[in-house]
Design a protein. Sequence first.
Length: 210
Amino acid sequence: MLTHNDVWDAIDRLAKKYGMSASGLARRAGLDPTTFNKSKRIMPNGRQRWPSTESVSKILKATGASVEEFTVLLYGEDGPVPVRRIPLIGHAQAGDEGFFDDAGYPTGAGWDEVDFPDLGDAHAYALEISGDSMEPVYRDGDRIVVSPGASVRRGDRVVVRTAAGEVMAKEVQRMTASRVELLSINRAHDDRSLEREEIEFIHRIVWASQ
């Protein structure tokens, strides 16, 4: 399993490989230059701060590095680069019956598959965004990788499917035993507050391919 240090070390290696400091890499990716500073890798309360999937996606785009190249930096040149095929489900399809089982895991066949570094979650899947409801973070045609097995906390971006079959990508604002409050990624759309029984599943977004 990847550790906090593994991911930050890979970012440092990527910066060095392309002749930059960590702050220079952040600047080239259009991020705040202090985003990858070592002082920001641990929060004031002592909790580990992980880089967001969006920031990693942006530095890959800025350098032209592939996901596979970044994975090699994670595991080392001589280390394993575990890759497996995961289901690719259309955003509209995700709202249809028959694509998920009762536990909220992708099931059956009839979809495309894409190669992706193994997340250690046998139920991970990719979702292709359609429409503009998730802009500016996720645009039409973007693919997000979702891990049903990942724990969900405040501030995480998630895919939520309601008992009525509605599928949305939101940010978790607050979670209680009875209710989940969600912020809209596109501020032109309303935030949502759902009772737990209204939610069929809530899965964390762990990667965005943009």
